[in-house]
Design a protein around this ligand. Sequence first.
Ligand code: ADP
Length: 295
Amino acid sequence: MPDGTSKRIDGRAISDEITKGISKQVQILKEAKITPGLAAILVGENPASKIYVKNKRKACQDTGIYFEEYNLPLDTTQGRLYSLIDKLNSKNDINGIIVQLPLPKHLDEKRITSRVACDKDVDGFCPKNAGLMLQGSYRLLPCTPAGIMELLRHENIKTEGKFSTVIGRSNIVGKPMAILLLHADSTVTICHRKTKNLKEICLKSDIIVCAAGKAGLITGDMVKKGAIVIDVGMNRDSNGKIVGDVLFDEVSKKASHITPVPGGVGPMTVAMLLKNVITATFLQNPHVPLKFNRY
Ligand code: ADP
């Protein structure tokens, strides 16, 4: 690779490989007369959420996973959502349930996502799955951090002894990402909105995972030469184009590896969701031997 250019990590190609493996697992389950099923709940008309759900539906169709979609109006009550989740929790042909976030402000996201049965919690949000992850017993992991670990593994990037920085502390991305890197023997720093010396911390980092949701947050002068930069951001610039949190053109001159947006972390998140649906299906059918590398 010429000096001053980094390797662009192709999340789409890596996710395609994983998806092929998932199609095979679906076949194994179908031979045991089980069709894995995913239900997605969408409240309101958020355009980004609609695209995400559409991508998930397509990924299920491509791999042979049964998919159900519930589109509820913006004024849906907490009680109505609870009763739908309860119904799906006891539905035999549904093995995974996702509630597409963000939910409208009048709904309590934590309570609603916690209502999903832990065995069907393919987003890895429920307190049991999150607690087990914290202890290092991986069951159903949050999809984006799991996808990033998979990207690093695929690119043969060692995390052991590395100084890794996670920017963002959400329960969905930042916090679980930090835990997974910690368990992979990195020395981990978590930065957030109140962090004062972000540039200084980034300049020391071997691995940077940015999940802040702020376009242009990471500039070329914040990254040391040879660092690995993973961009989780999905923002729209002034022309409506999707961009990450990292200024790709500047940072790719410094980093040894960098993920693009789109085509980096995004497709991996969907692939990990499918993987979780398969894992959940095996969890709910313990008589079928697990021929699957979980985490
Ligand atoms: P996601 O679901 O992608 O993790 P959230 O909006 O829930 O996104 O969280 C964004 C996170 O990014 C928060 O933890 C916030 O503290 C962090 N963040 C936002 N802006 C900055 C910033 N300028 N510098 C550092 N961290 C930031």
